[in-house]
Every structure is written in C-alpha cells, then in structure tokens.
Design a protein around this ligand. Structure first.
Ligand SMILES: *[C@@H]1O[C@H](CO)[C@@H](O)[C@H](O)[C@H]1NC(C)=O
Ligand SMILES: *[C@@H]1O[C@H](CO)[C@@H](O)[C@H](O)[C@H]1NC(C)=O
Ligand SMILES: [Zn+2]
Length: 503
C-alpha cells in the first residue's frame, strides 16, 4: 500500500516534470491580451458554429453531373502549414485576429491528401509532380511528360514517342473541349510544361539549355518550341504568364529591353503569330496588362500573353499598372474558354509560392498564396457548381514550420512570444533549412531551402467532388478529374451511375 502510494507520487512528479519541460507555462502577458472576445468565450458561439457546419454538410446534395469544365489550381510548394499561415495573414489584413479566416477553397465540400513522392525521389520536384497530377503517372525527378523509363537528361529516351504520356489537356482537346494555361512563372516552367511538353530535363526551356546537356534540340525540342509548334501546345487557346526570353534569340530584346535566351536565332512569338495567321484564326500576342484587359470583354480565339522576360514579379513587388494579377489572368482565361459549349480544361498555377519559400521570404510566400485564393474566388463566381469541377492542390510541400507559442491574433509574420533557454526569441514562421535557418558556415551563407516530403491538401468543388477525399497517390488526380468530366482513356462517370471504360 505504502509502496503503491509512493510509486503513484513519483510517477505523477515525473509526469509533471516532463510536461513542464515539453509544455512550458504560458508566457506571462497582461491578462487582458489573453482573453478572447466575449462571443467566443460563450460556449454557444462554438456550438452554433458546429451546428452551422452540420447544416452545411446536410445541405450538400450528391453531385453526379458530368463536369463540362475542369479548372485545376496548383499552388507550387503550397504546404499545409503555408495554408494555415496564409489564412491567418488574410484574416489579419482584414483587421481580425486571423486564425478563424478561410481561404477561398477552404469552403469546398471535399478535401483529401495527395502523396507527392516521385519514382526515384522521396521528396519531389515540380517536374515529376506535374507529370503525376497532369498526366497521371509517377516519373523520375526533373522529367516532364515522360514515363519512368526516361532517366533525367536522356535526350534519346525522351524523344521516343513510346515514352510520352498525355496530359488531361490532351484528353479534353480530344473530346472537342478547349484547354489553356495560366501561371505566374515562365509559361515554360516545370508545372505548366506538364500540360503540353515531353522532356527529360525541366531546364530545357530553350534550345540553349538542351545543348548545355549535350542534347540535340532538333531531336529533343525545347519546351518553348514544343509549346508553339507541337500538339497540344499549339492547340491551347489561352497561354498567360511570364518567360519571353525562352521565345526570343539571344541578340534580340523584348518590349521592356531584356534579351532573349535562344541560340537558334528563332523568334517563337512571331512564329506563333504566323502559325495562327496561316490557320486563319483570330489571335493576339500581348505583353502588358493594358493590352490584356483590352481583350477582357472579347478575347481572340487564341491568346498568348507573356508579361515578363522571366517569371512574373511577386505580386507585392509587381508594377500593378503593367503586370496583371493571377486573378485577372484567370478571369480572362475562363471567359475565353467558356465560349466552347463542350467545355474546357484550364490549369492555373500560383507558381511563386515556391520561389518565396526557397528564399525564406515568408511574407511573399503567404501573399502569393492569398493571390491564388483570389484567383480561385474568381473561378467560383464565374463557374457553376452544377457543371464545373474546381480542384485546388499543391505539387509538394516546403520546410516552413509554424512555431509556438504566439498568443491568439498575434502577428503571424512576427516573433513568437516564447523564448528558448538562451533567451533568444524566434519567428513564428521559420524554416528548417535555407538562408534564414542557420548560422553561416565558414563565412558562407546556407541559402538553399528545400521542398518537404509531407503530403499536400486537395480541395474539390463541383461534379463528383467526393472522389477527391482520402489519402492517395498524386498521380490519381487527373484520372479523378477525367472520371468526373468523362474524358480520357480511363474510367468515366458519364452521368448517373453508368461508369464505363471508353472504347
Ligand atoms: C485595344 O483594342 C483596340 C481594338 O482591338 C485597339 O485598336 C487598341 O490599340 C487596343 N489598345 C491597347 C492599349 O492595346
Ligand atoms: C509602372 O510602369 C509604368 C509604365 O512603364 C510607369 O510609368 C510607372 O512609373 C511604373 N510604376 C512604378 C511604381 O514603378
Ligand atoms: Zn521549388
């Protein structure tokens, strides 16, 4: 009896010690600052909130329609902690505490998790993931639109059509629908390239880069060349983003005075225009926001917009009078593609969340995430849940962490209230690698933050949204979208209950 009491006491003491070490007492603050506003302190606030959530779920009907339109939004590097931090920033910008805010897609009825690893990589890059979420197969890191039989840099293997995999844009086009691409990166960058290109190295954006890897650009055409001259690139109705240099010769300067990157002396913008001219279709090339907005009410049949020499600026650093936002580009793309009554597939990428994370510029990464949310808001307004599927996801995670213990409503971009034993505070949002993460090594800055291997979220709204729940391989995504839209070579929904394989 004695021993048991003693043992219990010792265990309790040990537990207390451990719990103290792992979960320190709250930081001493003015009591008032820790108090939530009165409505939140009342249990009825949370009970009502939960009941509204239940009613919302009960109101949802099964949506077994065919998805005529499919829009896929991709936040490059938009990890789950990025979402939590971005929604908090969004709320704080609106003058609220922030944590309770919602991004535009956080109201979607179905969410799931996608597993992002690639064939030869535990932690993915944007090329093999694009192959997964657009073409439906996992591939080797750095490769786009080719099977796992193609090693990175292998020109010969990548040139063999037997090793090519089609994207969901091809499946849509083959069904008589239209397709388009919108991104804040170069339109030849890894993610958008997944829509139309087949390359053994994502860096083959111009012919010079193919030669750099000792490849022959005539055998292995670069990504810009494939976009202009090959199918499905030459069938895309809307192409909007950055990257003029990949289309222009080294000794030619673009509209803003920056040089091209091509070694073959070709001007692919002019070749794109000449192709459309010879096909006798209405078309326009635009390079600034005014020209783009000029087409907002009646876009030409084919629209090519290249708004920067390389990637578009981060939204916070862009000249708002000359560079369109992702939401503005998305709106014009949807208006253009909606003219096809058969429907369309549109890929929209917030591509610079990733770049900001790599540089540990967390405020830019969060702002780019909010910009993607604004673009999703535009799609929600323009497209009906009845016939349009919207899927929002990321290609891979990043190593940004959301650290404790800031008080409720504390500046999400600020320093945590907590300090370590050395008395030094740390940022609420920090990186486990990259330039902001470590002390310099031998005077050299460690400046390469990496992707993360964690799963990423998938958010779906519209026909067959419930197909997107669960934890699954990223390569299922285009198959699920194609099922909902009754396109492509795989299983189709095709209306009520008649799942069938197309001949
Ligand atoms: C706007 O479009 C009209 C007619 O298509 C054209 O004449 C005009 O030059 C355009 N303006 C700009 C700024 O591109
Ligand atoms: C934005 O670009 C316009 C046109 O080139 C220029 O007149 C203006 O000064 C720029 N604004 C800023 C803030 O750089
Ligand atoms: Zn990256």
């Amino acid at each position: 009896m004695h021993a048991l009491v003693l043992l219990t006491a010792v265990t309790a003491l040990a537990r207390m010690t451990v719990s103290d070490r792992y979960h320190p007492d709250e930081i001493r603050r003015e009591p008032i600052s820790r108090m939530a506003p009165p409505p939140e302190r009342d249990p009825s606030y949370w009970i009502n909130e939960a009941e509204a959530g239940i009613r919302e779920r009960l109101r949802r009907r099964d949506n077994r329609n065919v998805a005529r339109n499919i829009v896929m939004f991709l936040g490059d590097g938009m990890s789950v902690p990025t979402l939590a931090a971005a929604r908090t920033l969004l709320g704080q910008r609106q003058g609220r505490r922030g944590e309770e805010a919602k991004l535009a897609f956080e109201t979607f009825p179905t969410t799931g998790f996608s597993k992002t690893y690639c064939l030869n990589a535990q932690v993915a890059d944007s090329a093999c993931t694009a192959t997964a979420y657009l073409c439906g197969v996992k591939a080797n890191s750095g490769t786009v639109g080719v099977t796992g039989d193609v090693p990175r840099y292998d020109c010969d293997d990548s040139a063999d059509p037997a090793n090519h995999v089609d994207s969901i844009a091809v499946w849509a086009l083959e069904d008589g629908r239209d397709a388009g691409v919108v991104t804040t990166t170069r339109v030849t960058h890894a993610s958008p390239a997944g829509v139309y290109a087949h390359v053994a190295n994502r860096h083959w954006e111009s012919d010079e880069k193919v030669r750099d890897d000792r490849g022959d650009p005539r055998r292995c055409p670069d990504i810009a060349h494939q976009l202009v001259h090959r199918s499905p690139g030459n069938r895309l109705k809307v192409i909007l983003g950055g990257g003029r240099k990949e289309f222009l010769p080294i000794d030619e300067y673009d509209e803003e005075g920056f040089p091209g990157a091509r070694g073959d002396n070709r001007n692919l913008i002019k070749e794109w225009q000449a192709n459309k001219q010879s096909e006798g279709v209405s078309h326009a090339y635009v390079w600034n926001k005014q020209q783009l907005m000029n087409f907002s009410s009646s876009p030409p049949k084919y629209l090519l917009g290249l708004f920067k020499n390389s990637h578009m600026h981060f939204h916070l650093e862009a000249n708002q009078t000359t560079e369109p936002t992702l939401a503005e580009m998305t709106e014009i793309a949807i208006k253009s593609l909606s003219r096809n009554k058969q429907g369309f597939f549109l890929f929209v990428e917030g591509g610079r969340i990733d770049h900001a994370h790599h540089d540990n510029y967390v405020h830019l990464a969060l702002d780019e995430t909010i910009e993607l949310s604004k673009a999703v808001e535009v799609a929600k307004k323009l497209l009906s849940e009845e016939d349009s599927l919207i899927v929002v996801t990321a290609d891979h995670a990043h190593v940004m962490t959301f650290n404790g213990y800031m008080e409720r409503g504390g500046d999400i971009l600020g320093v945590s209230d907590d300090k370590d034993k050395d008395g030094i505070p740390y940022m609420t949002l920090s990186y486990s690698n990259g330039r902001g993460a470590r002390r310099q090594l031998n005077g050299v800055r460690v400046n390469s933050e990496t992707h993360g291997g964690d799963d990423v979220g998938v958010f779906a709204r519209g026909p067959h949204h419930d197909m997107f729940s669960g934890v699954y391989e990223q390569s299922q995504l285009p198959h699920l979208m194609a099922y909902a839209g009754c396109i492509g070579p795989g299983l189709h929904a095709c209306g009520n209950g008649c799942d069938k394989k197309r001949p």
